[in-house]
Design a protein around this ligand. Structure first.
Ligand SMILES: Nc1ncnc2c1ncn2[C@@H]1O[C@H](COP(=O)(O)OP(=O)(O)OP(=O)(O)O)[C@@H](O)[C@H]1O
Ligand SMILES: [Mg+2]
Length: 159
């Protein structure tokens, strides 16, 4: 069975993330969505809220698993016995950063390979950050995120 890890902040999960996960199933049998717990970075949603929204969005498909991790991604990959890290690539802006990360991870453990899937054009400019910014200003982001996420954004940002 082939397993890949899809790491990120997912603060919150967007339809762009969901689309990468669905495409990922064409290449991998099992994908672990790994929510990075980074105490240094302030997030809108707690890790528990983020994992709950991901679980909801993935609708109980047993090929997906949702987990959390702290520290080095390559250490987590080793612990989970996965040697592929899945990442999504949007506009050129992602490229430089993703290349640096992939090379650093390869340097730390060359048994872990990073695999990229290109973003769908509909989600090419969708990021968690932009979605939060738009929602904060009262914009309608319901086509960019799963239904449960749109609701929670409303509850959190416009009480
Ligand atoms: N719309 C999208 N289409 C394809 N890949 C995406 C999309 N949004 C994020 N990704 C990819 O998903 C992975 C995890 O991303 P991450 O959790 O940082 O989301 P993000 O939207 O970039 O969040 P932030 O705006 O907080 O940086 C990264 O590889 C990222 O490039
Ligand atoms: Mg990002």
């Amino acid at each position: 069975m082939s397993t890949a890890i899809y790491p990120g902040s997912f603060d919150p999960i967007t339809n762009g993330h969901v689309s990468i996960l669905q495409s990922g199933l064409r290449a991998f049998d099992h994908i672990i969505v790994a929510v990075l717990h980074n105490p240094q970075k302030s997030a809108l949603f707690t890790v528990a809220e983020r994992t709950e929204m991901i679980r909801e969005a993935l609708g109980g498909d047993p090929r997906f698993e949702v987990d959390t991790f702290e520290g080095l991604l390559v250490d987590y990959a080793k612990k989970r016995q996965a040697n592929v890290v899945l990442r999504g690539l949007r506009a050129v802006a992602d490229f430089e950063y993703e290349l640096q990360m992939a090379n650093m991870n390869r340097h730390l453990n060359d048994e872990v390979e990073t695999v990229f899937i290109m973003a769908k054009d509909a989600y090419f400019y969708v990021s968690s950050n932009l979605v939060k910014e738009a929602a904060r200003l009262g914009g309608d982001v319901s086509r960019l995120v799963p239904p449960g996420v749109a609701e929670r954004l409303r509850a959190k940002l416009r009480p």
